[in-house]
Design a protein around this ligand. Sequence first.
Ligand SMILES: *Cc1c(COP(=O)(O)O)cnc(C)c1O
Length: 429
Amino acid sequence: MAVQTTETPAATTVDLGPASGLSCRECGERFPLGPIFACELCFGPLEVAYDLPVGDPEGLKKKIAEGPDNIWRYAPLLPVPADVATKPNLNPGWTKLVKADNLARELGVTGGLFIKDDSGNPTHSFKDRVVAQALEAARAFGFTTLSCSSTGNLAGAVGAAAARAGFRSCVFIPHDLEQGKVVMAAVYGGELVGIEGNYDDVNRFCSELIGDPLGEGWGFVNVNLRPYYGEGSKTLAYEICEQLGWVLPDQLVIPIASGSQLTKIDKGLQELIKLGLVEDKPYKIFGAQAEGCSPVSTAFKNGHDVVRPQKPDTIAKSLAIGNPADGPYVLDIARRTGGAVEDVNDEQVVDAIKLLARTEGIFAETAGGVTVGVTKKLVEAGLIDPSLTTVVLNTGDGLKTLDAVAPTSQATATIKPSLDAFRAAGLAG
Ligand SMILES: *Cc1c(COP(=O)(O)O)cnc(C)c1O
């Protein structure tokens, strides 16, 4: 039997643009760029550190404006090589920021309400942003198989990105996901494995696989490539501010699964301030969860720093992570910015999906129902200031979670093809 070895290329051969290394979020220890995710000293999570192009904000704005209409316009701020846009990938991002005046009227918001609609990405969720970063890291480190543990959307995003870039893929999901998510994960031709358990079981399995020869040479986008993966969420912060005319919004409502997206949006906003691309002013970050999987909002409301794991039971399956890795960091950010973490129940999720569809013509998946529902709740509670600018994230497409609204969204009437029948149905005029 051949003996396999894991050889990580020397740090000097890795070109990930402005990324200068990895640093521990707990103790600050620095490491060279590589497929590692935990600090050797304190086991804290690692994140990408940069040599950012400070000192010429106007020049940088111009360079960004001349870039492509996708996330690669921000390549100077991401862990990717400068020529990233020439490589085969799905080019996600630059999704619509919709001014939601009808919804604003309905909620009593007067200061400007926007939906950042990430259902417009290539596989119809925000996950294309993070996978695009992990793919570049996988290329740089010489991996040929892409993998992940997924609550649904990530599996589809990995399958599609791998297909386009010529990688093998093998992805893992809880066996009982919505059909739309399963089909989207399988259709791109990679291997899809259903695990009998919930997401936290899937994630534990993948952590074991990484440490075993069975998983050798695999790039798990949200495990051993997690530091790079996470950086993709910064592009949401960049796009929102650029689309507002290089201005920070006052309030953002962001869904929480592992909490990675929320923490990296905050990191992106901080970078824009440091680079001088936006004027420094206070902003509040609000986290949104489903009541049936609300470990972070429970900790927030109880004033705890530690997030106690839960067993998820909610229709918002894309957010159903009972033991969120970034939970404590989310609590820090919500408290530091003067925001909050709130949750809504499944009925409120469905109502919010239909409210957004009815007012703005946007069909969100359950995660979007969670953010819109939480926004409504926080406006009513007086925690969101209706006179300030608010950006609400819709991170996925309602076509993937049809079951949530199918029971209450059916034909108004079914009739014979005759005018008499239509008149009898009472729908004219
Ligand atoms: C994965 C996901 C999120 C957020 O995930 P984090 O783990 O918190 O980064 C939000 N919405 C949808 C639809 C998702 O699939």
